[in-house]
Design a protein around this ligand. Structure first.
Ligand SMILES: CC(C)(COP(=O)(O)OP(=O)(O)OC[C@H]1O[C@@H](n2cnc3c(N)ncnc32)[C@H](O)[C@@H]1O)[C@@H](O)C(=O)NCCC(=O)NCCS
Ligand SMILES: Nc1ncnc2c1ncn2[C@@H]1O[C@H](COP(=O)(O)OP(=O)(O)OP(=O)(O)O)[C@@H](O)[C@H]1O
Length: 294
């Protein structure tokens, strides 16, 4: 994307970050979701992923493109929050509305990125969490994740039967992917990412190091279908063991942990593997950290 295109994308009329909005309003939740995506993209050094240093294992993405894509999703998240308020309960009608809005969001993303899949998994995860938060402004992070999971359990009657990369590797390796992670109430976030984020903060790590540690905790157990697609089960093993090694060596703030992190980054680049699913779930983790009331 050239500078002019980026400027046009960043100045889409729907994005008005300077306008004050009431906490809990649909616009506020959309602000928090977009902010989580931009914070995820900016966080560096993330192994294999697009960040401030490089495009990682993605020849077709840049940090500017990730920002433009995140901003283009603002109306999608606002509409999902509005739909949740309108339907006022978890059920088939809300799931159908979120599916329709999610597909519109994907179309807006692809129009902004000229066809690059920058945030497909993030629309899915954050969309469900935004809807759960719009239904209940007093719930804590774990409750929000459970409620989002209950929404994901309903089938979307209008969903087209796509043979996505995720669907193919789930069949081939009997693995679970983005859909199952959501339906189980985001265990990678509530059981690994968020607890690690809070542990690292409590141990005195900087915010950036705490977020990197949270990402690594997610990577250490997730069956990330992006990595399975590009590098198979061996690639996934490299990711999970490498992420665990960073944490076991003191995390991203320690010298030993940083050495392990550099090694993991180099290995993932050699395998051309990028843990996009873990990146999406870090954004989900950052959203829940701010939007969960407790
Ligand atoms: C369920 C989704 C994610 C499709 O998943 P599927 O695995 O078939 O597709 P795909 O290979 O494109 O992967 C989706 C994304 O999930 C992320 N991901 C990969 N592995 C995981 C994992 N284990 N956990 C969470 N996210 C993951 C990746 O970043 C990837 O971009 C979703 O896009 C969908 O069904 N969309 C239809 C529109 C819709 O209903 N939207 C509703 C929004 S609430
Ligand atoms: N910072 C990031 N860098 C790279 N990917 C990210 C980042 N944040 C989130 N992602 C996720 O990773 C996914 C991209 O993964 P990938 O490129 O493997 O998907 P694909 O286009 O379906 O497959 P492929 O490019 O292998 O043909 C995006 O949908 C997005 O959800």
């Amino acid at each position: 994307m050239n500078a002019h295109d980026l400027h046009t994308a960043l100045n889409r009329p729907a994005w008005q970050p300077t306008r004050p909005v009431a906490p809990g309003a649909a616009e506020h939740l959309a602000d928090l979701a977009v902010e989580a995506l931009i914070d995820e993209a900016d966080l560096s050094p993330k192994p294999g992923l697009v960040d401030r240093r490089s495009s990682g294992a993605h020849a077709d993405m840049t940090l500017g493109l990730m920002h433009a894509s995140a901003l283009a999703l603002w109306p999608c998240f606002r509409d999902m929050a509005d739909a949740a308020r309108h339907h006022a309960e978890i059920g088939q009608p809300l799931r159908a509305a979120l599916g329709r809005i999610g597909r519109e969001g994907e179309a807006a993303m692809l129009a902004t990125t000229a066809g690059v899949n920058t945030h497909r998994g993030a629309i899915w995860a954050l969309g469900l969490l935004v809807a759960a938060r719009a239904l209940d402004s007093n719930a804590d992070a774990a409750t929000l994740a459970q409620r989002a999971g209950r929404i994901a359990l309903f089938d979307d009657p209008a969903a087209t039967n796509q043979d996505s990369h995720g669907a193919q590797v789930r069949r081939r390796h009997a693995a679970s992917g983005a859909r199952e992670q959501a339906q189980q109430g985001f265990p990678a976030v509530t059981g690994h990412g968020l607890p690690q984020l809070r542990r690292s903060r409590a141990a005195g790590a900087s915010e950036a190091h705490a977020r990197l540690d949270a990402l690594l905790a997610i990577m250490a157990t997730l069956s990330d279908t992006c990595v399975l697609w590009r590098a198979g089960p061996q690639g996934l093993q490299v990711l999970q063991q490498g992420a665990r090694a960073v944490l076991d060596d003191g995390g991203s703030a320690s010298l030993g942990g940083r050495r392990q992190l550099r090694q993991l980054d180099a290995l993932l680049l050699r395998l051309n593997a990028s843990p996009g699913g873990a990146a999406d779930l870090l954004a989900a983790c950052l959203f829940l950290d701010t939007a969960g009331s407790l």
